[in-house]
Design a protein around this ligand. Structure first.
Ligand SMILES: [Zn+2]
Ligand SMILES: [Zn+2]
Length: 873
């Protein structure tokens, strides 16, 4: 079939739609307003506008839109037809020509006119007429559009609708063909001036000006594209599209909307253009007899050999490409005349689609092919592939086997810079792989990619990487913590492991968390959701480092090598080794380093690489659900208590009098059971779980206008009023607190508000400051008594002295004398908490200053200077 397609006259090749979008540039072109004299209407003219004067040689029609308003105006004794909006564009802002007639476009359809180049032989039989086209607008030009089906895609499509002549003027190098008189032999780039001169000479040039517009250029050589009518080969999609849809439905698409996009494309695609005017490429095995037009398609080398009547000896021994394959001619099956192969090669997507067959011996070793076909999994970014690679794989496999060519497809969004912009070398925001690998580290980079939800664009950059590096550091620090103490104690997991039954509760909690991690990981890997996997990694590392290790430090530090200490080593070693086995596919390098040290050095029987280990399997009997709920609740309460402290801007060293917790009975039971641990973690004196939430939290809600406004339109006012009335009555809907959707009645209509459409504002009831999660509320009493403030000050001093002990290189067990002088508050605080202070710093005496301090320092505590001396006893 024929099509009118974008063409680069320099490269001599068609440009696909996809390639075209890459090449738009803004340029200034000569645009002209000209006149088409109407037939049977003396001195009456259509005013037409074009930015591509070279196409005027092929004009066959003028398009108007049926329902637009047009006027006929008087100018220089003549009548011009155009839209009124065009008058100032052509005649200036102040012009007010006489309007002699007003009419709709529909009234003009069917009129005939004389074209600007009817003297050219190629136009001798053309009847020019006015047609309707709904795309005509009043925004630019005259409201009457010049139509040349041989020079434009939309014009070409209109030619089918109106049965217009297609006058194609250019050869493949952009040179005018025979039949265009003085234009013949001229290059399209050179004809704008002579064409405008010719219009002027004929008296039909109304106005010319420079016009700035975005125009497609060749993405390769930057030459301005033209449109050419070319004959191409197509595959008819009428029946095939439904067969392909059936096959597409048998595939697992990720994300699920991929299937809808593919089906949508299949539903709407035109016939598939498979040829390309090139030299290199897949030689299409099509033979068309120029005598009787019989078309033969050759299916194999053997068939070609069988039908060859000449040239086989020159082809033999070569691949089926030009020039060798074109040596072969076959006999026409109808008239017997020798027939050559058509010159076209295949569109590259034909090659891409045939990969599951061409690369796996489909023709010569069917058993081998069966072993590998279909592919388990393919992945590509989705913006273009539904029309390209995914599509052509499906098409080929449907025709050849009526089976899916792949079982799972993961389409992912794009990589942009950190601000969400496309990365370009010219913009200076591109990051090269080598540079990124060097600067951020490849495991960090792999984590960044793995953690991305594939449906959303990845905003790639060094800040993002820094965030991820912190997570890897948590792993590394946990590992080094273990190594530091385990090597001091010569812990050997092969010989010294403590059985599960002899471990403490917190050990068994970490064991259960580890089993949970394995299960989550398996589900995430199986569903190709590495983003969920990496979220699990983050949570686990946080629990491991910030709860298990931190809460158990003393067990590793203590001097006696008892079962309790070995149990801690065993548990931490298991956790680390399991973690690196689970995450070795994502972060292969750091896990390998850790594995070699943690496992290979101690266990000669172990596989020599983490990548040779079996994937861990979880053991259900090690998952103590109650214990998990209990400790997870405690961790949540601690996190919320700390977040409340942050809100109140009270640091953790400042003791507080009271924390209150509300939540469901399971959570409260866990809190009660771990009361002492919680108080210690939060540095608070007392805990209550028997208070109603509204005694320490005041909640208010607000409509989220930026979301609700666009969705509800005019109703938004009434909805806000209804919400406010509900609040005034003192009700906050339970659903709001539980973060689920709320239904309200407004003017007889039921409106559902999603959780994100209602902003919940939570404020502590003074003196409480609160923080909440879905099922927990925690409030801290921020009232500070003198005694609490003094204790806070003493804790600050303890920390300073501990740091000074380290700076002075004292041994952990060294006893010291301390001299402190500061303001009245510091003195009073120390007087009050003297015993506590001395016990914490291993002090034997407290003075205001020492005569022979081994280390001294002046520090600033809440705005006043304190001088500290220390010396060993
Ligand atoms: Zn080009
Ligand atoms: Zn024939």
């Amino acid at each position: 079939g024929e099509d009118c397609m974008p063409w680069c006259p320099r490269c001599g090749t068609g440009i696909s739609q996809h390639e075209m979008t890459e090449g738009y540039r803004e340029i200034d072109d000569k645009s002209v307003y000209l006149l088409f004299p109407l037939e049977d209407r003396d001195n009456e003219y259509l005013v037409v506008w074009t930015t591509t004067p070279w196409t005027l040689s092929s004009n066959v029609a003028a398009a108007v839109a049926d329902d637009l308003d047009y006027v006929a105006i008087r100018h220089d004794e003549c009548t011009y037809y155009l839209v009124p909006e065009a008058i100032p564009r052509i005649f200036g802002r102040k012009a007010s020509p006489e309007v002699v007639r007003r009419l709709k476009g529909a009234e003009m359809a069917g009129w005939t006119y004389r074209g600007p180049f009817d003297e050219l032989p190629a136009l001798s039989d053309v009847k020019h007429r006015v047609i309707h086209w709904e795309e005509v607008s009043t925004d630019e030009g005259s409201g009457i559009v010049h139509i040349a089906p041989g020079c434009g895609k939309e014009d070409f499509d209109l030619a089918h609708v109106y049965d217009l002549a297609v006058i194609a003027p250019l050869d493949e190098n952009g040179v005018y063909l025979e039949g265009f008189d003085w234009l013949s032999g001229q290059h399209v780039e050179d004809v704008a001036e002579p064409i405008i001169a010719s219009l002027k000479e004929k008296g039909i040039l109304l106005k010319q000006e420079l016009y700035r517009h975005r125009y497609p250029h060749c993405w390769r050589c930057k030459t301005k594209l033209v449109f050419r009518v070319v004959t191409e080969w197509y595959i008819t999609m009428d029946e095939l599209r439904y067969q392909i849809m059936e096959v597409a439905r048998q595939i697992h698409w990720m994300p699920a909307f991929g299937l809808d996009r593919e089906l949508d494309w299949l539903n709407n695609m035109d016939d598939w253009m498979i040829s390309k005017k090139r030299y290199w490429g897949l030689a299409l095995p099509i033979y068309e007899c120029d005598k009787c037009n019989t078309v033969t398609v050759i299916g194999s080398r053997e068939e070609l050999c069988e039908k060859a009547v000449e040239g086989w000896n020159r082809f033999e021994g070569h691949s089926p490409h030009r020039p060798w394959v074109d040596e072969v001619k076959i006999a026409c099956s109808q008239c017997g005349k020798p027939v050559s192969r058509i010159k076209d090669v295949g569109n590259p997507w034909l090659d891409a689609g045939i990969v599951p067959f061409s690369t796996m011996h489909y023709h010569d070793d069917r058993d081998y092919w069966e072993k590998w076909f279909p592919a388990d999994f393919i992945t590509e970014s989705f913006p273009g592939q539904f029309r390209n690679w995914f599509y052509c794989l499906l098409a080929m496999s449907t025709v050849l086997e009526n089976r899916p060519p792949f079982m799972k497809v993961l389409g992912h969004a794009l990589v942009k810079d950190e601000k969400g912009k496309d990365m370009h070398k010219s913009e200076g925001n591109a990051i090269w792989f080598d540079e990124a690998a060097e600067k951020m580290g490849v495991d960090v980079m792999r984590w960044v990619y793995a953690a991305q939800n594939p449906e959303q664009n990845l905003l790639f950059g060094y800040h993002h990487a820094d965030e991820v590096r912190k997570k890897l550091l948590t792993l590394w620090n946990s590992y080094s913590f273990f190594v530091t103490y385990a090597s001091l104690d010569h812990f050997n997991p092969v010989k010294g492991a403590v059985p599960y039954e002899q471990r403490t509760e917190i050990d068994r909690w970490l064991v259960a968390r580890t089993q949970q991690l394995i299960d989550t990981a398996i589900a995430a890997y199986e569903n190709y959701r590495t983003d969920r996997l990496m979220r699990a990694a983050e949570r686990y590392l946080e629990d491991l480092s910030n709860w298990y290790i931190r809460r158990n430090r003393r067990r590793f530090w203590k001097s006696e090598n008892d079962t309790d200490k070995l149990a801690a080593y065993t548990t931490l070693h298991e956790a680390l080794v399991t973690f690196i086995k689970v995450f070795a596919p994502i972060i292969p390098l750091i896990t390998e380093v850790i594995y070699r040290n943690l496992v290979c050095t101690l266990d000669p029987e172990a596989p020599e690489s983490v990548h040779l280990c079996d994937f861990p399997t979880s053991r259900a009997e090690l998952v103590d659900e109650d214990l998990l709920t209990e400790i997870d609740s405690v961790i949540s309460v601690v996190a919320l208590g700390r977040s409340a402290r942050n809100k109140a801007n009270i640091k953790i060293r400042q003791p507080l009098s009271e924390v209150v917790v509300s939540g469901d009975t399971r959570v409260l039971a866990a809190v009660e059971k771990n009361r002492n641990q919680l108080l210690e973690e939060l540095n608070i004196k007392s805990l209550r779980t028997d208070v109603p939430t509204d005694s320490f939290i005041r909640r208010s809600i607000q409509p989220n206008l930026p979301l609700l406004g666009p969705r509800l339109g005019k109703m938004v006012g009434a909805v806000i009023k209804a919400l406010e009335e509900k609040l005034a009555a003192g009700h906050i809907p339970e659903e709001v607190i539980g973060r689920s959707a709320v239904t309200i009645e407004v003017e007889g209509e039921t409106v559902t508000l999603e959780p994100e459409e209602i902003l919940v504002n939570e404020e502590g009831v003074p003196p409480f400051v609160a923080a909440t999660s879905r099922d927990l509320a925690v409030g801290i009493n921020t009232e500070l008594t003198d005694e609490l403030i003094q204790e806070g000050t003493v804790r600050d001093l303890i920390r300073q002295v501990q740091n000074m002990r380290k700076e002075a290189d004292f041994k952990v067990e060294d006893r010291i004398l301390v001299g402190i002088s500061g303001d009245g508050h510091v003195e009073k605080s120390l007087e009050h908490f003297k015993d506590y202070f001395l016990a914490e710093v291993l002090g034997t005496g407290l003075l205001t200053k020492l005569d022979h301090p081994e280390h001294e320092k002046v520090v600033n505590l809440s705005g006043s200077d304190v001088s500290i001396h220390i010396a060993r006893v």
